[in-house]
Design a protein around this ligand. Structure first.
Ligand SMILES: CC(C)(COP(=O)(O)OP(=O)(O)OC[C@H]1O[C@@H](n2cnc3c(N)ncnc32)[C@H](O)[C@@H]1OP(=O)(O)O)[C@@H](O)C(=O)NCCC(=O)NCCS
Length: 159
């Protein structure tokens, strides 16, 4: 297997990202959320939504052998839309995407990252050093707000 690279979103990523996110929601997140909510989220994260998001946030794509295998986006030190291809979970793609945006936020001078996590993704963020700040109820159900301090010594300190 060739290595996974992380790069900025391109317009042609919108359709494959919508497919990837719908698969995540239906195959992974569905264990924690009711079917009607999952379908509402699938409808929300369509290709047009990714193009809209890319206009207001930095959207990144993980790519392997020309295939889109994951995505994350950031607005400063805020993390959004973290999804990894269900066929590739547990291969550190999520960790690689998070480290990419943590380095960028650290280079911008932020001293911490903040993310909203689904029930499904909560343990992933704990594993990456995030701690719980509060719980919020959103249009898409229960969401955990977590934070992680970023090292003062700069982006090189993030592996
Ligand atoms: C959660 C998700 C992003 C993790 O992506 P991934 O590429 O499988 O994660 P990684 O392989 O980089 O895992 C990094 C570490 O977190 C751990 N981890 C991953 N998912 C976890 C989970 N749900 N609970 C607990 N630990 C988890 C891994 O074991 C790994 O630990 P290690 O590095 O010490 O071995 C992915 O499973 C996913 O897309 N889920 C559906 C969408 C979702 O819930 N997104 C979360 C944000 S709301």
């Amino acid at each position: 297997m060739t290595e996974v690279t992380v790069r900025p979103f391109r317009d042609t990523d919108a359709e494959p990202l919508a497919v990837l996110v719908a698969r995540c929601l239906r195959e992974v997140n569905s264990r924690d959320y009711p079917a009607d909510l999952i379908e509402r989220m699938c409808a929300h994260f369509d290709a047009a939504r990714f193009r809209e998001l890319a206009a207001v946030r930095e959207v990144f794509v993980a790519e392997q052998e020309g295939q889109v295998v994951g995505t994350v986006s950031r607005d400063g030190n805020k993390v959004y839309t973290m999804f990894v291809d269900p066929d590739r979970v547990g291969r550190r793609v999520g960790r690689q995407l998070m480290h990419h945006i943590e380095r960028l936020a650290s280079a911008d001078g932020h001293d911490h990252m903040e993310t909203g996590a689904s029930i499904t993704g909560h343990g992933f963020y704990h594993r990456l050093g995030y701690h719980d700040v509060r719980v919020s109820e959103t249009d898409f159900g229960l969401n955990y707000i977590l934070r992680k301090p970023l090292p003062e010594q700069g982006p090189a300190a993030i592996p």
